[in-house]
Ligand binder design. Structure first.
Ligand SMILES: Nc1ncnc2c1ncn2[C@@H]1O[C@H](COP(=O)(O)OP(=O)(O)O)[C@@H](O)[C@H]1O
Ligand SMILES: [Mg+2]
Length: 257
């Protein structure tokens, strides 16, 4: 999959702009995170990329191809959500095969690819179990295996760790990051947890009220927040009021009085 381009994308609910003029490019193989408080438009933006919603304004491109009118099932996207959305009555193995069945893959290839995906998420030994008697973390690994087994050009994850306890979240996020780099899948990850975003991302887009406030690396978001919102949201920071009396391009802090 090539890069993903958002060209002035706006999504309305009634007169409310849930996503307001999103304009940015995600590079091939990048781990890109949408970070912001609840209700800021992260899920709406993700659902628009997936094709569940159609933006009212602007265009979305996968590489050079405009995909505005391409239906979800033809976008070659793997998805993982907060609630695992796996089938409780099917075995782990059957859950992972599910996405391949619709794709006319031969039985032997299906077997091989499903086992490969299960090994990647360290669940091969549990392939014959049913998810209903497995832990939240294991269920989320099944969802991840099911998303990657189709070899998607783009992986979308919406708060995948929110239902897990704190310790498991830290382990899972580093596993997700490792897998993403191994497979080199362009990934868009949604979270409201700044620490998680800083830990896993190549770049982060911080959102507030439908508007992207800043896009930068974790280091730059942390050290050089673009505005007061980003600074507050990212956490421990001092804001000192002042009046700017001079500015030097080499200086990080302008002279204030
Ligand atoms: N289907 C919908 N119909 C109407 N309003 C919606 C719908 N989905 C989300 N919204 C509104 O759009 C805004 C962004 O929501 P959402 O994308 O779910 O935020 P987030 O994922 O960042 O918590 C919120 O104000 C929410 O109430
Ligand atoms: Mg959401």
């Amino acid at each position: 999959m090539q890069k993903i381009v958002f060209d002035h994308v706006t999504k309305y609910f009634g007169s409310h702009k849930a996503v307001n003029d999103a304009h940015f490019t995600i590079q091939e193989g990048e781990f890109f995170t949408l970070l912001g408080p609840s209700g800021c438009g992260k899920t709406t933006l993700l659902r628009t990329i997936a094709g569940f919603y159609r933006q009212e304004e602007g265009d979305i491109y996968f590489g050079d191809k405009k995909i505005n009118d391409v239906p979800t099932h033809q976008r070659n996207i793997g998805m993982v959500f907060q609630n695992y959305a796996i089938f409780p009555h099917m075995t782990v193995f059957e859950n992972v095969c599910y996405g391949l069945k619709a794709r006319n893959v031969s039985k032997s290839e299906m077997q091989q690819r499903a086992m490969e995906a299960l090994e990647m998420v360290e669940l091969a030994h549990l392939k014959d179990r049913v998810p209903s008697d497995m832990s939240g973390g294991q269920q989320q690994r099944i969802a991840l295996a099911r998303a990657i087994v189709i070899r998607p050009g783009l992986l979308l994850m919406d708060e995948p760790l929110s239902n897990l306890d704190a310790k498991l979240r830290v382990k899972m996020r580093s596993d997700i990051r490792r897998l993403q780099k191994e497979l080199n899948i362009t990934t868009i990850y949604v979270t409201h947890d700044q620490e998680e975003a800083l830990a896993v991302s190549d770049r982060i887009a911080v959102m507030s009220e439908g508007v992207i406030q800043q896009i930068a690396t974790p280091e730059d978001i942390y050290a050089y927040p673009a505005n007061r919102f980003v600074s507050n949201f990212i956490g421990t920071s001092n804001i000192i009021e002042g009046h700017c009396t001079g500015y030097d391009e080499s200086a990080h802090v302008a002279a204030c009085s």
